[in-house]
Design a protein around this ligand. Structure first.
Ligand code: MG
Length: 312
């Protein structure tokens, strides 16, 4: 396991503690001020000012803090690894955040939202309960979203199933669709808030940033102050807000779809989904399924097999 150590002053140590707060471990080792675990890296900050990074992303994560890691690398190499990571003070900046919902669900669309939270608005948005929505149930998300949509400028895009399937059949990957949607939502929102400009744009990372930009070839886009991070909803409230509004919109679209189907459609892509899709095939016919689903998912084949078994 690789590791990296940096020596921080008190201010940087506190900054780091605050930055990793949302991923804090329940217990800190003796002598430590904080301990946190993120994907591919455990971070421990000590009273001495030493910050220890352990795990596969240790070096990249250490470089976020600008100090030379234990095994120092040429500066240019560090930049290519780390050029997309948000600055340590990101949480306090006026930022646009973007996130998507529905990519793993067989039924229903993909919803993508970019939301803008200015630094003046941060306390209010916090007050409204915007936070990492992974721990929230749909009814809570809906409640919070209903307030957020009046307090936060945002741009929402819904990629309905027919359009999704059409693009997919033309050979477009889901990753490329997401890149286009994120980029469009951000561009719409930049227009909407103009002449105000965000200090940062934070995209909840779903693909390597270099691949993200290669997906956008031929599109209008800007890389200015644009950062990527996984679990970005824990890094800036704008992503948390975007994520909640995207979920809210997904749930609404999903309910409409259930009504249209005349049955309650399940979320996800598990066995229940196969069963429900089979029921829908038996009810409305195979050719109708594409209006409700992401056709290329393996669920289609499974549902067809179940439906044909039930017919015979
Ligand atoms: Mg996301």
């Amino acid at each position: 396991m690789s590791h990296s150590v940096i020596q921080a002053n008190q201010e940087l140590l506190m900054k780091a503690a605050n930055y990793y707060k949302s991923s804090a471990a329940a217990k800190t080792p003796p002598g430590a001020v904080f301990s946190a675990k993120i994907e591919g890296c455990t971070i421990t900050g000590y009273k001495s000012g030493k910050i220890l990074f352990q795990g596969k992303h240790a070096e990249t994560e250490a470089q976020r803090w600008g100090s030379a890691p234990a095994e120092s690398k040429p500066k240019s190499a560090a930049k290519t690894v780390n050029g997309f990571a948000p600055p340590p003070n990101i949480a306090s900046l006026s930022a646009i955040g973007s996130d998507e919902v529905g990519t793993g669900d067989f039924f229903g669309p993909i919803t993508v939202v970019a939301a803008y939270v200015s630094k003046e608005n941060i306390p209010l948005i916090k007050e409204m309960g915007a936070r990492d929505s992974k721990g929230l149930k749909d009814p809570q998300i809906i409640e919070i979203a209903k307030n957020l949509i009046h307090a936060v400028p945002y741009s929402l895009l819904v990629l309905k199933n027919e359009k999704y399937n059409e693009l997919q059949k033309k050979g477009m990957t889901q990753g490329k669709m997401k890149a286009w949607l994120h980029n469009q939502a951000i561009r719409h929102l930049l227009d909407k808030i103009h002449p105000e400009e965000p200090e940062a744009i934070l995209i909840d990372q779903f693909v390597d940033p270099n691949i993200y930009y290669s997906h956008l070839k031929g599109q209008t886009f800007s890389k200015k102050n644009t950062y990527f991070s996984t679990k970005a909803e824990g890094i800036h409230l704008a992503v948390a807000a975007a994520s909640i509004i995207a979920r809210y919109s997904f749930v609404k679209e999903f309910d409409k779809l259930s009504k249209k189907a005349g049955m309650t459609l399940p979320k996800g892509a598990g066995k229940q989904v196969d069963e429900a899709a089979a029921k829908l095939i038996l009810k409305n016919g195979e050719q109708d399924l594409g209006q409700y689903t992401k056709s290329h998912f393996a669920n289609t084949e499974k549902a067809l097999a179940i439906a044909s078994r039930k017919r015979h």
